[in-house]
Structures are given as C-alpha cells and as structure tokens.
Design a protein around this ligand. Structure first.
Ligand code: F6P
Length: 359
C-alpha cells in the first residue's frame, strides 16, 4: 500500500536539517514507493488553509540541498499550539486546527524533527488526533539525554572551535583576553566541547558556578609564565557572579540569553587590568553547511525513522547510541534532559588540561 507521510521541521533551525529531509524522502520513495509531503514552517503550515506543503521528490534533492544549512521547509520556534498567541493578545488552543490540517493531507504518519520542546508538543498533538508520529532529534544544544548527539550539534561545535582558532592570533597580537560567548540555552555542551578543541584557558558553563577571582588567578598565572593572551569561552546561560540571569528582552517582550560575554569582559579587566574583547557568536552556530558528522547522523536517523513507520512502530524517537541508531518512546526521550555532567569525562578532561572552569 502506498503510504503518505508528512515531514516538518520545528523549533530553532540548525545545520543538517536538509540532510535529514533528504534521507527521509530517499528512503520513503526508493525503499517503499511512498509519497512524502513537506509541511512548511512547522506547525504554522498546518494552521494555514489550504495547508502549506510541497510534495518532495527525488529530484527535489538533485541540487546541493544536502550541503545547505537551514531548512528548505522553514520552521518556527514560536506559538505553542495549545496556547497560541492571537493578534488581539489573547491565547487560544489551536490544537484541533493542526490535527485537522494533518487529516486534510490524509497522512498515514508524520515525522517531526525537533528538540525536546517541539517533540513533546508534536507528540501530544498527534496523540490527541490519533495520528502516527515519529520524532527525530535536532538541537545545537545537544541536551536530549537519549541521544549521544543531536543533529546540528557537531557543526555548531566546529563553528565555535573555528572562532577560537581565529580569535587566538588576534588575541596574541594585541596582548588581549578574548571572550567568546556561545549558544546552548541551558546546557554548556557547545562551550565545553569547543573550549577543549579550541585551546581555551577558561570555560564557563551553567552547570558549574564560578568566581571571578578564580578566573583572574588563572589569567595572572598565564601572564607570569610569559603568555600574552588568554581565551575564555562562556555559555550564554551562565549567570553573573551574584546569580543574575543575563538576558535581553526583544521588542515582543520575549526574553532570551545575552550579555554574559560583555559582563565578563568588564569583570576580568577590573580584576586583572588586562585588555579584553568579547565576541558573541550567536546564530552563526546554527547556519552554514552541516559538517560530515551531522550529515551522516541526519542520514542514519532519517532512514531509520522511515523504517519505523514501515514496521508500524509509532510515537517513538530515533536516537544515536553506541555507534548505532536506536528508538525509544517520545515520553522517555523528553523526560531525559542532559546537561553537562560536572563529574563527566569531558569535565575531567578539561581539568586535566589545566583549563579553569571558574570553580
Ligand atoms: O535551542 C537552540 C538555540 O539556538 C539556543 O542555543 C539559543 O538560546 C536559542 O535557540 C536562540 O533562539 P532564537 O533563534 O529564537 O534567538
């Protein structure tokens, strides 16, 4: 029987989304002769009438889509369908409209690519509507405990590492302390991995509290042994020394992380007298070409997601563990949040290298 499957990307974009859309389409069309419908702008496409979608064909991917950043389908990280902000300022439950949108496409199953928040919402929606659902994990934050790596994380770490590679020579040329603020929402995985790979002297993550005095001692010890620069990586979710969240408010009232790099630059200058500069890497970490690891991961997860549908296994998420793809229930996946383990291997590695973690 020819199945009709839908696919959408949800939440913040990242590198590797097009690779996974391609993998799903290739497997579904070549392996089973099914039809694949790409839904536009995440759940927003399902709220539109007519539903906003495009049929995905093998030819759709004949150009360089595998190599491209972003998502050809578009995505959204706003508007919880159960509490959707309306133009008049009220909140409305629009879940039934989304379910109706899926039914209009006559889908046998939906594949959703998202982080923990999006996957939990999609799973709830599809359960409510009795629609078969399979999730694929993506997030540069890499905070889903069920998978060793989420799509987009590896590329984000590579971008942050390259930033350190570029900051080091200019830091050394000007005798400066360079501070690199990286993303990661509430987890320090990008900061820790890029900091180790990029030769950082100090790595600050939200999972470990810090004192400016400890950072200053580290910088002084570097200067004493003749070093004329230092590299500091800080995760955006790190708070001020006295515990204030460093956030900025958008014009629409939404708060997001921002400001810790600037704050640290000032505190480090005060404490050491060193000249500091800070760089906020921001969305550069999400855009651009996916690296090889993310393309491989996306391909493996995409193929396995389609195979789950072929085996009538639903309400599950595919994940990477111990060199292979596994699948678990969505509930199990979203319940297992994975921040950096302060006793884990990479923290021990950083300490072993003499990197200051601020504590
Ligand atoms: O969750 C992914 C992420 O990139 C976080 O690391 C970051 O805090 C956030 O999204 C930024 O979201 P936005 O694109 O809405 O600014």
């Amino acid at each position: 029987m020819t199945k009709r499957i839908g696919i959408l990307t949800s939440g913040g974009d990242c590198a590797g989304l097009n690779a996974v859309i391609r993998a799903v389409t290739y497997r579904a069309l070549q392996g089973f002769g099914w039809k694949v419908y790409g839904i536009k702008q995440g759940t927003r496409g399902l709220l539109q009438r007519p539903v906003s979608f495009q049929e995905l064909e093998l030819e759709t991917f004949d150009c360089n889509i595998l190599r491209m950043g972003g998502t050809i389908l578009g995505t959204t990280n706003k508007g919880d369908p159960f509490s959707y902000p309306m133009p008049d300022g009220t909140l409305k439950d629009r879940s039934e409209e989304i379910i109706e949108g899926c039914k209009m496409l006559n889908l046998d199953a939906l594949i959703g690519i998202g982080g923990d928040g999006s996957l939990a919402i999609l799973n709830r929606l599809m359960k409510q509507g009795g629609i078969n659902f399979v999730g694929i994990p993506k997030t540069i934050d890499n905070d889903l405990g069920v998978t060793e790596s989420s799509i987009g994380f590896s590329t984000a770490v590579e971008v942050a590492t390259e930033a350190l590679d570029r900051l080091q020579p200019t830091a050394a040329s000007h005798d400066r302390v360079m501070i690199l603020e990286v993303m990661g929402r509430d987890a320090g995985h990008i900061a820790l991995n890029a900091g180790i790979a990029g030769g950082a002297d100090v790595i600050l993550i939200p999972e470990i509290s810090y004192q400016i005095d400890n950072i200053a001692s580290k910088i002084r010890s570097l200067i004493e042994r003749g070093r004329n620069f230092a590299l500091v990586v800080v995760a955006e979710a790190v708070k001020s020394e006295d515990g204030r969240p460093m956030t900025i408010k958008d014009i629409d009232g939404r708060e997001r992380y921002g400001g810790i790099g600037h704050y640290l630059a000032e505190r480090i200058t005060e404490a050491t007298g060193a000249e500091t500069r800070f760089t906020v890497l921001g969305h550069v970490q999400r855009g651009g070409q996916p690296n090889a690891s993310d393309r491989v991961l996306a391909s493996a997860l995409g193929v396995h997601a389609v195979d789950l549908i072929a085996h009538n296994k639903f309400n599950r998420i595919v994940a990477w563990q111990n060199r292979k793809v596994i699948d678990v229930t969505i509930e199990e996946a979203v319940a297992k949040y994975q921040a950096v383990d302060p006793q884990g291997t990479l923290i021990r590695t950083a300490r072993g290298l003499g990197i200051c973690l601020g504590d």
